[in-house]
Design a protein. Structure first.
Length: 224
């Protein structure tokens, strides 16, 4: 991995290609003067935020295939930094959550600073929330399986057991993640989950199955 750092900007390169839609500029909807980032990390003690501004940075990149490189922007939030929502309501540091979509002012095209004047928390559609969480399947007709477990209790299933007993769950993509109540997508509330672990199976748009039994997930996927 290579890194270049300048005034809070970290450029990191990874290997692979990102398939991002069919338009000539998949991220062309982003505007130069409206830098948009997704919160990747919050440092409560130092009041610092790490934003993923990869999509905004790639707004002029031609598609549909775009190289899989990313850009992070580290911002220091000062007492003078304005934090608002789209309606103009004032927010506090405590209102910020992992994964939120935020407009950062001024834009990097105007000047490079690690102390922005204003942060505007933007609303997100369910599709954006699910996509950012890595829940959606990558192509039509496929299904992605995600196991959510309670933080601090460890992963409920061994990947070797999954490969032996439920290998079909790996076909369209498989992952495990700890439940994070401070994420912008509160999975527990969104899907009315009463207890963990839980298995969520998604197609390219929405939740297709919720269960706590491996057998149910295997039966569902075999029928597809």
């Amino acid at each position: 991995m290579k890194r270049w750092t300048s005034a809070g900007l970290i450029l990191f390169l990874t290997v692979g290609m990102l398939l991002a839609g069919c338009s000539s500029k998949p991220y062309g909807h982003y505007r130069d003067d409206q830098m948009i980032g997704f919160i990747n990390g919050l440092n409560d003690q130092e009041k610092k935020i790490v934003f993923d501004i990869s999509e905004w940075t790639k707004r002029d990149e031609p598609g549909p295939a775009i190289e899989d490189w990313g850009v992070e922007y580290e911002a220091l939030v000062l007492p003078s930094t304005r934090i608002n929502n789209e309606a103009g309501d004032k927010l506090k540091w405590e209102d910020l959550k992992q994964g939120q979509m935020v407009q950062i002012n001024p834009s990097r095209t105007e000047k490079i600073t690690d102390t922005p004047d204003e942060l505007i928390v933007l609303s997100m559609s369910n599709e954006q929330l699910f996509k950012r969480a890595g829940l959606l399947a990558s192509k039509k007709g496929s299904y992605r399986t995600t196991v959510i477990y309670e933080d601090g209790k460890g992963e409920p299933f061994d990947i070797n057991d999954i490969e032996k007993e439920a290998s079909i769950m790996l076909k369209g993509g498989y992952s495990m993640m700890a439940y994070n109540p401070n994420d912008v997508l509160d999975i527990k509330k969104m899907f009315n989950i009463e207890q963990f672990p839980v298995i969520l199976v998604f197609n390219t748009e929405k939740l297709a199955l919720k269960t706590d039994r491996l057998e149910d997930a295997v039966t569902f996927l075999k029928a597809k």
